[in-house]
Ligand binder design. Structure first.
Ligand code: ATP
Length: 509
């Protein structure tokens, strides 16, 4: 629902949570114009301003301001909308007088058809006010709004002939930024290239999101072919790779929601998240769930909202949440430890997962399922849950092929069957670490790495699986009946879509 609808429906207390103050104020002003309501704006520095008449009443104290509003709201006509900036900052140390005064003002506003809108970049209300104020989602600007910003920059820089294709890709690259951030990125592109270059804008977006600290844009250069083994998981992804297309939409296919991948560390879960974006041809965003839980009161909820807004503005996209259990593990006990913040954020995240309509495909990875709240694992949140076990001999041979090729050597120069047999219980990450170790040894001796260096490096590695034997057994036990196996263990050619099977695969059976 948008702001106009809420105002028309007679909601007396609304909250717009955004850092885009100017754009939010413009939207409030447009809503008031369309509904023919008078608009007043208050801040502790400017006082109460009648935006039409320009009349200013000095009242830095919010209590005085609310008292003034009670007088204005006493009659039903004209109908007023009052925008209050930063009121929430005055509420952080709950002041009983202010809480009561705001409740009284809202009651009068409701009776006589007026509205109060709180504006700020976060909002933490005392419980007494939680049900009195409705949060209105303020989404990030879409292509039309960003287009107006871009046109402004093009005009002021006196650029000629910006081709429609260039304009489109610039706008696409800017999605997920606020208007001010997009304006800066467009301006930078003009300074750097004397034109509009989507690569500069994409780079600026990546930098801006990283600086904001919650979401990172990851370059998706990985494909399903870069994953050894995990045949069933790759096939599942391959079959859904067209599900975000226009033709899938026309067909009536609902956009897939997401995937939870649980398993042993180093077995390729993160690699799969990256390859998913590659296979789907979508941008990849990485979310650090730990950073969502900010220190300031109300910050965690605002952070999650900001993450969702960014991902939805960039949609269709893949949102990768690495080690999700680290973010949500406190949610069940949090009532007593963090004032309920984790469970509230967790609840909001689950509702979003369940109800999201935008094409944001979530790939969540987890090593320790015991820390995940059970609600998380219920059907309907994710399309599927996969369990990634240690690679078997066949998969290890595939991983050797991939790792050797990744380090610019020819897999056919190595007997990957022998190597695979020699590294039982190794994860993909450990196989790669062994190869890098062997390369260092060989380089120091001025030669190419061979079986000798690799087998030697293996002897120095104690696989994690040996150290966490009981944990892995518990994870396997847990996954039975709950999660699908990611690997296709029964066939020789592990996948039709995945990595090239070694020419020596048949030897392994
Ligand atoms: P963690 O849970 O510790 O984050 P993970 O399961 O996400 O581990 P990755 O980060 O995906 O593991 O793997 C680390 C690296 O190991 C990868 O970047 C890749 O180089 C290599 N690797 C792991 N598994 C595979 C695999 N199945 N195929 C190819 N390479 C692999």
């Amino acid at each position: 629902m948008n702001l106009t609808t809420y105002l028309r429906a007679g909601y007396p207390g609304l909250a717009l949570i955004t850092s885009e103050e100017a754009r939010a104020e413009a939207e409030v002003s447009a809503a008031c114009n369309s509904l023919k309501r008078s608009l007043h704006a208050w801040s502790s520095t400017e006082g109460l301003v009648d935006t039409k008449e320009g009349r200013v009443t000095a009242c830095p104290d919010p209590l005085d301001a609310l008292q003034l509003l009670d007088g204005m709201f006493a009659s039903t006509s004209p109908r007023h909308v009052v925008l209050m900036r930063d009121l929430q900052l005055h509420m952080e140390q709950t002041d009983p007088m202010l809480v009561r005064r705001l409740k009284d003002t809202l009651r009068i506003a409701k009776t006589n058809g007026h509205a109060l809108i709180l504006l700020g970049c976060r909002l933490k209300l005392p419980p007494e006010l939680d049900h009195e104020i409705t949060h209105v989602d303020f989404t990030l600007p879409g292509p039309t709004e960003l287009g107006a910003v871009l046109d402004g920059i093009v005009k002021s820089a006196k650029l000629k002939n910006v081709h429609e294709v260039v304009r489109e890709s610039a706008l696409q690259s800017a999605l997920g930024l606020t208007t001010t951030e997009a304006e800066n990125a467009f301006a930078l592109s003009v300074v750097e290239t004397r034109g509009i270059d989507h690569k500069v804008i994409a780079r600026e977006k990546a930098r801006t999101l990283k600086k904001n600290g919650l979401i990172e844009v990851v370059e998706a250069t990985t494909s399903l072919e870069d994953i050894g083994g995990l045949g069933l998981l790759k096939e599942w992804l391959q079959r859904r790779s067209g599900a975000f297309s226009e033709s899938a939409k026309t067909y009536g296919l609902p956009a897939p929601k997401g995937l939870l991948i649980v398993g042993i560390p180093g077995t390729g879960k993160s690699l799969t998240a990256k390859a998913t974006a590659g296979a789907f041809g979508l941008p990849l965003l990485r979310l650090d769930m730990g950073c969502v839980f900010g220190g300031i009161v109300g910050q965690s909820e605002a952070n999650l909202r900001s993450v969702i807004q960014t991902a939805e503005a960039i949609a269709p996209c893949v949102l990768w949440i690495d080690e999700i259990e680290k973010g949500f593990s406190g949610s069940s006990s949090s009532g007593s430890t963090d004032g309920g913040t984790s469970s509230r954020v967790f609840g909001s995240f689950l509702s979003w997962m369940q109800e999201k309509t935008k094409a944001v495909f979530v790939v969540a990875t987890a090593n320790d399922v015991s820390k995940l709240p059970p609600e998380f694992l219920r059907k309907g949140r994710f399309d599927e849950m996969f369990f990634v076990d240690l690679p078997d001999a066949l998969e290890r041979a595939q991983i050797w092929d991939i790792v050797i090729a990744r380090h610019k050597r020819k897999p056919t120069d190595f007997d990957t069957v022998v190597l695979a047999r020699a590294c039982e219980q190794f994860t993909g990450a450990e196989i790669e670490a062994v190869f890098i170790d062997a390369m260092h040894e060989a380089y120091a001796e001025g030669k190419e790495p061979g079986a000798k260096e690799i087998l030697e490096a293996m002897t120095h590695t104690v696989p994690l699986a040996q150290l966490m034997d009981s944990k892995i057994a518990a994870l396997r036990q847990w996954s039975k009946g709950r999660a699908r196996e990611a690997a296709s263990r029964s066939t020789t050619t592990a996948t039709t879509t995945g990595s090239r099977p070694s020419r020596r695969m048949s030897e392994m059976n």
